[in-house]
Write a protein that binds this ligand. Structure first.
Ligand code: 0L1
Ligand code: MG
Length: 262
């Protein structure tokens, strides 16, 4: 690791404050160019520790930048992983206050819920499907704390991969009963389709993103607990939203889920 404990603490406090106060900041590698991958995930861990100390509960994990559309949009080449806590959960059809966020964007995702603990290394699509009760549609609201969404991968990992809110809903299906690669996905804003794709856009198969997350946790001496919810990553590029927007995600055979920005 290149940064000492007090710098990691300071950066975690700074980034979490930016999230809580909806204030943007310059990417942290500007001031800490030597920061390495372990530092980036250590800052993310410290943000989680701050939330847990205030009584938050981990509800799941997310994989980000798992589609070529997202990687191209953000000019990066590798997936990243973050945590989801109860303060990010939004009920289906509920309102999200844009003033609580900096510059929100929405992403259409396939969400997994597991019934068995998953451990890496060596986790694969088959293990994920066998350990997943259900899949269902999820809209992730990302809100990078970095000015104009301009970052590099280490900065975005430290910022918990831009996690801000998410809503799941629609119709659940048994993960093993649907071909997740060919599921058609339509994201609508104010009644108009704004992005379309299919599950295979996520690393060829959305369960591959979950397996990658499990192997990432394994490298860090952690596992994916039973009962975790996992957002497997945006199938299309992210779409900017503002107050007044209604967003609906429709996934073939899995119904729809909606959220409103006020
Ligand atoms: O969930 C995501 O794909 C977002 C990962 C972080 C990058 C971004 O803010 O777009
Ligand atoms: Mg996402």
């Amino acid at each position: 690791m290149a940064l000492n404990a007090s710098t990691l603490d300071q950066l975690a406090e700074h980034l979490e404050n930016c999230q809580l106060k909806a204030q943007d900041t310059l990417k942290i590698t500007e001031s800490h160019p030597d920061m390495d991958w372990d530092d980036a995930y250590a800052i993310q861990d410290r943000i989680l520790a701050r939330k847990l100390a205030r009584g938050a509960r981990v509800v799941g994990y997310k994989a980000g930048l798992t589609s070529h559309a997202k990687m191209k949009q953000m000019g990066v080449t590798d997936p990243v992983f973050g945590f989801l806590v109860d303060e990010f959960v939004v009920a289906e059809g509920a309102e999200i206050k844009v003033s609580d966020l900096i510059h929100p964007k929405v992403e259409p995702e396939i969400c997994f819920i597991t019934h068995t603990e998953l451990k890496g290394p060596g986790c694969h699509i088959g293990a994920v499907l066998a350990a997943s009760d259900v899949v269902l549609p999820g809209i992730e609201v990302i809100d990078s704390r970095y000015r104009d969404f301009k970052f590099d991968l280490k900065s975005v990992v430290a910022d918990n991969t831009s996690a801000a809110r998410f809503v799941v809903g629609g119709r659940i299906a048994a993960a093993r009963d649907v071909d997740l690669r060919t599921l058609g996905v339509v994201l609508e804003k104010n009644g108009l389709p704004v992005a379309m794709g299919a599950g295979a856009a996520v690393l060829g198969h959305p369960a591959a993103a979950v397996a990658m997350l499990v192997n990432h946790l394994g490298r860090r001496g952690q596992s994916l607990p039973a009962g975790s919810l996992v957002l497997s990553g945006g199938i299309t590029e992210a779409v900017a939203v503002q107050a007044g927007d209604n967003v609906t995600l429709r996934i073939q055979n899995l119904g729809s889920v909606s959220v409103r920005f006020v």
